[in-house]
Design a protein around this ligand. Structure first.
Ligand SMILES: Cc1cc2nc3c(=O)[nH]c(=O)nc-3n(C[C@H](O)[C@H](O)[C@H](O)COP(=O)(O)OP(=O)(O)OC[C@H]3O[C@@H](n4cnc5c(N)ncnc54)[C@H](O)[C@@H]3O)c2cc1C
Length: 503
């Protein structure tokens, strides 16, 4: 949790006035802002507030300020369905924030957002049919209380305050500086430094071309390779439609559909013909690095494509940095840190002045908020999910957890429509509570992890799996992470099939 101002006034929390809203959205990232848009458009009479612990909107795109920060999926699908994206497909954090700012401005959402409001505890009372939240206003230290009929968790999936850095032996011996990309010091002058980046995910692939040529030298150190796909940072179909002076709303929709169609094809091929797909991905890298480069060793992962997210490398900039001699790739394991850099298992020392640990996130389950349901502490791991959105025994709460392989926002948009439908349904039934419950026929259902390892297995999920809810082996208890399946099933889901109790 973030630090609060020192002069926290002593007040009896029970004596605090309570501000009540129909819906309370946690987080003003891309999911929370999108949720507000849907709520405002589909349920104009619903009162709502967004509480955000940071000083501004944007979530991920505001927290991450490392060199070159950009999306790794295209903005036609990472952007909202309701707001056309008119720029290049891969966007910088600044461009994404500008897009979100326009959504907030154009729809007057800003007056509903309270910044620097960190939610610390949430208590559901079945008697009062509401959640009550303990909130700290971080800039003043004041304690506040809010209540709501429905809690819409748009808090993302990782802790914003600090990233994940493994403990390696000898870290304290290293004479240089160690930085995690999530907490990048804005005054860091690396122009004269030899930089070693640990990791080869999307973050490393973004940082390296942005720093290459601007520092003395930069090396990507990876234990195992990652798949990348290269291409122009342009969309030929969008460019063509623009030449034909088609309306931006149409271009957005057509290009989204085309991208999703192509992606579905890739997912299918990753199962049906993984070797062919793999060869194509590697050919893309070879086209830039040439036949003499050891592609097999450095860019050919042991898993099938799509088992982890495939990062898009616009204009092949990462590979060009290697080809042009500004950057290199080392595939090896860390033995320990030494004063001059990193001693590798091969016996070599990777010398560095700056080590960047692009090693991922700390999973944060439900925003690090202490939850209780009717006085009982909620352990999320004891719940079973209803379509990856609602949870058994947890009334009036939805969590937006997006896609890994398709753009996150596709699911955030879809779930926002679902939440509005659910609220309509509650109104129509005169219900003030909805809670998923396993039916008799589900009682002996095998319970599986939130995401199965064969489906998708990034480190931060594997590290945090024990904290996450379970899924079942049949609808509606599955969390499929499959956009194409959800897009058919979620809007058509029968809310009266007995898996949701309304009262
Ligand atoms: C560097 C990076 C690049 C990425 N690129 C892509 C991409 O190209 N495509 C893609 O699909 N996905 C990408 N992702 C995944 C990305 O996180 C999501 O796509 C998306 O931005 C998440 O949005 P969100 O609003 O759900 O959550 P977040 O962006 O995490 O925002 C959550 C907000 O909730 C607030 N919050 C959390 N807890 C509390 C609390 N207790 N009280 C008050 N406020 C709280 C946080 O401060 C934050 O502002 C990327 C992730 C990272 C880190």
């Amino acid at each position: 949790m973030a630090e609060i101002a020192e002069s926290t006034p002593r007040v009896n929390p029970d004596a605090l006035p309570v501000e009540h809203f129909d819906v309370l959205i946690v987080g003003a990232g891309i999911s929370g802002v999108g949720g507000a848009w849907h709520l405002q458009h589909h349920r104009p009479g619903t009162s709502y507030v967004i509480l955000e612990s940071q000083a501004d909107f944007g979530g991920t795109w505001r927290t991450h300020r490392y060199p070159g920060i950009r999306s790794d999926s295209d903005l036609y699908t990472f952007g909202y369905g309701f707001k056309p994206w008119t720029g290049a497909p891969i966007a910088t954090a600044e461009e994404i924030l500008k897009y979100m700012d326009e959504v907030i401005e154009e729809n007057d959402l800003g007056r509903h957002i309270r910044y620097r409001h960190e939610i610390q505890a949430a208590r559901w009372s079945s008697e009062d049919r509401r959640w009550t939240l303990d909130v700290v206003q971080l800039d003043t230290g004041e304690r506040r209380r809010f209540s709501c009929g429905f809690l819409w968790m748009c808090q993302g999936y990782y802790r914003h305050s600090e990233g994940y850095t493994p403990e390696w032996p000898g870290m304290e011996d290293f004479a240089g500086r160690i930085v995690h990309p999530q907490t990048w010091p804005q005054d860091l002058d690396y122009s004269d430094m030899r930089v070693a980046v640990i990791g080869s995910g999307a973050t490393a692939a973004t940082l390296i071309p942005a720093m290459a040529g601007k520092c003395r030298y930069i090396t990507m150190l990876q234990r195992t390779p990652t798949y990348f796909v290269t291409g122009r940072n342009a969309n030929a179909l969008a460019d063509m439609l623009r030449e034909l002076e088609i309306k931006e709303e149409w271009i957005h929709e057509i290009v989204r559909r085309k991208i999703l169609f192509d992606q579905q094809n890739i997912v299918r091929r990753s199962f049906e013909e993984p070797d062919k797909l793999r060869a194509e991905l590697l050919d893309g890298v070879r086209a830039i690095l040439g036949d003499d480069f050891d592609i097999q060793k450095h860019f050919s992962p042991g898993y099938r494509p799509w088992h982890q997210r495939i990062a898009f490398i616009p204009d092949g900039d990462l590979f060009k940095a290697v080809r042009d001699g500004h950057a290199s790739v080392v595939t090896d394991e860390i033995d320990r840190f030494v004063p001059q850099g990193i001693l590798l298992k091969s016996g070599e020392v990777l010398e560095a002045d700056l080590i960047v640990t692009a090693t991922g996130f700390n999973l944060n389950v439900l925003g690090d908020i202490d939850f209780t349901v009717d006085g009982k502490p909620l352990d999320f791991a004891d719940t079973v999910t209803w379509r990856g959105a609602l949870f058994t025994g947890v009334p009036n709460l939805a969590w937006v957890f997006g896609y890994f392989r398709a753009s996150w926002t596709l699911r955030a948009d879809m779930l926002a429509e679902f939440v509005c439908r659910l609220l309509d349904h509650m109104d129509a039934r005169g219900a003030t509570r909805v809670v998923p419950e396993l039916r008799d026929q589900d009682a002996d259902m095998p319970l599986l992890p939130w995401v199965t390892e064969e489906n998708f297995n990034p480190g931060y999920l594997q590290r945090g799996m024990a904290l996450l809810p379970k899924q079942g082996d049949r609808p509606p208890w599955q969390h499929s992470q499959d956009y194409w399946r959800d897009k058919e099933e979620l809007p058509a889901a029968d809310l009266d099939d007995g898996s949701l109790r309304f009262d």
